[in-house]
Design a binder for this molecule. Structure first.
Ligand code: DGJ
Length: 733
């Protein structure tokens, strides 16, 4: 790994064993992009396609006027307004109303490790030697704008992390109207765009389409990264599949409004960009002030989508999630939400927890309804004091009683929201986002607290720490159940309202930072009506996220499969719930429900007292299985083998780091009469090792090249007994 600056050619080469990233100072002294891909030999000068095809009619030149156009050259941080007529990565409006920038190379710094981003989540190094960081400083003399472009290359991952910082070094105000985190200019258009799309209850379905001339874009303007569009996109070659081929992945380490877009221009070039959504964004910078963009993670592979995903999985587990839980085996939990909703007493909760303990559960989680007047979702949000009618000895008493059973205890919060019917709202009606004189929109009967105000964050922090300090808390589920509308902050100057969306998210990060710092041993799970804020930003604070409110096993198989393109299994909260399922009405066998949930952070979301004796015994077995294999399932290498989105059969597997152990999950959605043969070719094994699968002994090469028949009784296979069935196969050397 290294970063080299070639003085004569003014080119930077960032490289490790897998990738190269090459940057050039262009003839007009702006910063150009030359290459991102498989590792190249280091050399003094790489040519870049700029003036090759120039001049062209209707293309304008600058610098020495007619021989160089920004429209025909790759750039690192382009802005619109000059000779590049593609969309720009940033727009700064200056005092005279112009938004043309010409920020040119001034200096650079190369250092070991990776600096923190102030107030924002970002990847980090455990030791400085793991990465090197390049910061390029550019300056626009006419306007006094300084731009710092940051790049970190990691020794062990095919990954580059990027961010941009803008500083007003002039004597007058200027306003950022757009500030994306990364641009990647590619020299052809032979890509397919993959996005992860859906809505509540059907999050992150992979959708693939070919790039066409013009702009392909996704984003969120919902105030959160959203269940609708995930801030993770892949550009892949049409021939790339799970096992081979070239692809680029882009992930934004951010939980608010975002934009990701690819623009195919008229000259065979593709420009990819990603960052904070410019919608309703405007950030005024007074002299001396700075704006820091969130981080973008760029990943490259020539070995297919599984490899791209695995690179991100290991990267997020080791270099993004923090704290003692990041790589630790996660506790098997029991959550009462689907069992009781808000209708519970301490007695009924203890009964549910006790049965969980008998089954082998390790952590009990009390969900919504424990505080204020929270008997339904019309009231109580914002009043973070235990309701003593339900919990006579408060949270302290309940946590003690749960602990005495031999279980750890955790609870649910939704700290960004308030009901109109709450003491907090009655005391501070100006603390909610709303436009004076306009009706307030409600979502799930609640309003959004204005987290751009530090006093709001402070107040919630004080209430929550009082609850946590008064009890023994091992886990917190942080929920967020509505989108943001009428995003206006009372008391903020009219020229500063464009800051509100982003300042809100900074407030959320601030509270997360303070709570995770004060309580380093607590495991945080993020949630937003399920998977509505499943993004790399929150993984920095909470190493797991409730994947979806849809707990139906077949829906979940799809949701977890889609989520796995960008995020590790250890980040996916996945529970077995009761049937008929509360979201789909489907009744799926208890074993299949567990066979899906075990590819995630496993738990139960039902009252185990309501199971038959036979079912309860099954649950006990499932928990024994999960305790034995969760290390492998949560930390192993994941291989997607057969997609539930493209047929009635699905398969995926995890393989241990030493390749001696693996688990294959095989699922059938629909049973056909007189079915033909099925073959699953495994992956990631050692071709020379002899593995046991059921009573068969097979070499890794046979398993991977010939495959197995999941109906073979000798390996524990099965003839499908109906719809929505599954098997797990243990493969051991
Ligand atoms: C939405 C979450 O996703 C559910 O799991 C549950 O916590 C409810 N909110 C509680 O209101």
């Amino acid at each position: 790994m290294g970063i080299i600056y070639h003085e004569k050619s003014k080119q930077f080469h960032l490289w490790n064993d897998e990738i190269s990233y090459i940057i050039a100072v262009l003839p007009n002294d702006e910063i150009g992009h030359v290459y991102f891909g498989k590792r190249l030999k280091n050399r003094e000068e790489y040519s870049y396609p700029s003036d090759l095809r120039y001049p062209k009619a209707m293309v304008c030149g600058m610098h020495d006027r007619e021989s160089f156009s920004l429209e025909l050259v790759g750039q690192e941080n382009p802005s619109f307004g000059g000779t590049d007529l593609r969309d720009g990565a940033f727009a700064m409006q200056y005092a005279n109303g112009s938004s043309v920038t010409h920020a040119v190379f001034q200096s650079f710094e190369i250092r070991e490790g990776k600096p923190k981003l102030k107030g924002l989540p970002a990847a980090y190094t455990n030791e400085d030697a793991e990465a090197e960081t390049l910061v390029i400083r550019c300056y626009d003399e006419l306007t006094g704008l300084t731009v710092l472009l940051s790049y970190t290359i990691f020794r062990d991952y095919p990954i580059i992390c990027r961010n941009v910082l803008y500083r007003n070094d002039s004597g007058v105000e200027m306003t950022l109207q757009k500030a994306l985190s990364a641009t990647l200019d590619l020299t052809d258009q032979e890509y397919e765009w993959m996005q992860f799309t859906g809505a509540w209850g059907r999050e992150r379905e992979p959708i693939t389409r070919k790039l066409q001339p013009g702009i392909t874009a996704i984003g969120s303007n919902r105030g959160s990264s959203s269940p609708n569009m995930n801030p993770f996109v892949i550009l892949k070659r049409p021939t790339c599949d799970e096992m081979q081929g070239e692809a680029l992945g882009f992930s934004l380490v951010y939980s608010g409004n975002f934009l990701a877009q690819a623009e195919c221009d008229s000259y065979g070039q593709t420009r990819f960009m990603m960052g904070i959504s410019p919608m309703n964004f405007a950030w005024k910078l007074t002299p001396g002030e700075e704006f820091q963009t969130p981080e973008a993670v760029l990943v490259y592979t020539k070995q297919g989508l599984n490899h791209l995903s695995r690179s991100l999985h290991h990267f997020y587990r080791n270099q993004l999630s923090r704290g003692i839980w990041k790589t630790k085996e996660r506790p098997i939990l029991l959550n009462n939400w689907e069992a009781t909703q808000m209708n519970f007493t301490e007695e009924s909760i203890l009964k549910i927890a006790a049965k969980g303990k008998e089954a082998g559960v390790e952590l009990f989680v009390l969900d919504d309804g424990w505080f204020g007047a929270r008997d339904d979702d019309y009231r109580g949000l914002g009043d973070w004091v235990a309701n003593t009618q339900k919990l006579p000895e408060g949270m302290g008493g309940l946590s003690r009683k749960i602990n005495e059973m031999g279980l750890q205890f955790g609870f649910w919060i939704e700290p960004e929201m308030v009901n109109e019917d709450s003491d907090l709202y009655r005391a501070h009606p100006d603390w909610v986002l709303h436009v004076p004189g306009r009706d307030l929109s409600l979502g799930r009967h609640q309003l959004v607290l204005d987290y751009s105000k530090p006093e709001v964050v402070d107040c919630i922090y004080d209430m929550l720490t009082a609850v946590i300090d008064g009890a023994n808390i091992a886990y917190i589920k942080w929920d967020m159940n509505r989108t943001i509308t009428e995003c206006y902050s009372i008391g903020r100057d009219s020229t500063e309202q464009g800051k509100t969306y982003h300042a809100y998210i900074l407030g959320v990060y601030d509270l997360y930072e303070r709570l995770t710092t004060r309580y380093p041993e607590i495991l945080f799970e993020s949630c937003a009506s399920g998977g509505g804020r499943f993004d790399a930003g929150l993984l920095y604070y909470a190493p797991q996220a409730w994947c979806s409110d849809n707990t139906d096993a077949y829906s979940r198989l799809k949701i977890q499969y889609g989520t796995s393109y960008g995020y590790p299994l250890s980040s996916m909260g996945a529970h077995v719930s009761a049937v008929p399922n509360q979201q789909t009405g489907r009744s799926i066998d208890l074993q299949t429900r567990a066979d899906v949930a075990c590819f995630g952070t496993f738990g139960y979301e039902l009252d185990l007292n309501e199971l038959s004796d036979e079912e309860f015994e099954k649950v006990k077995e499932q928990i024994v299985f999960m305790k034995k294999y969760r290390g492998l399932l949560q930390d192993g290498d994941l291989y997607r083998l057969q997609s539930p989105f493209s047929g009635d059969k699905a398969a995926w597997m995890v393989v241990s780091g030493d390749r001696r152990q693996a688990i294959l999950g095989y699922y059938t959605a629909e049973k056909y009469a007189n079915e033909g043969r099925s073959t699953v070719r495994l992956a990631g094994l050692d071709p020379d090792l002899l593995y046991h699968v059921g009573s068969r002994e097979l070499y890794g090469d046979e398993l991977m090249e010939r495959g197995i028949d999941p109906t073979d009784p000798a390996i524990g296979g099965y003839e499908t007994e109906g719809d929505y069935t599954s098997r797990l196969f243990i493969i051991e050397a």
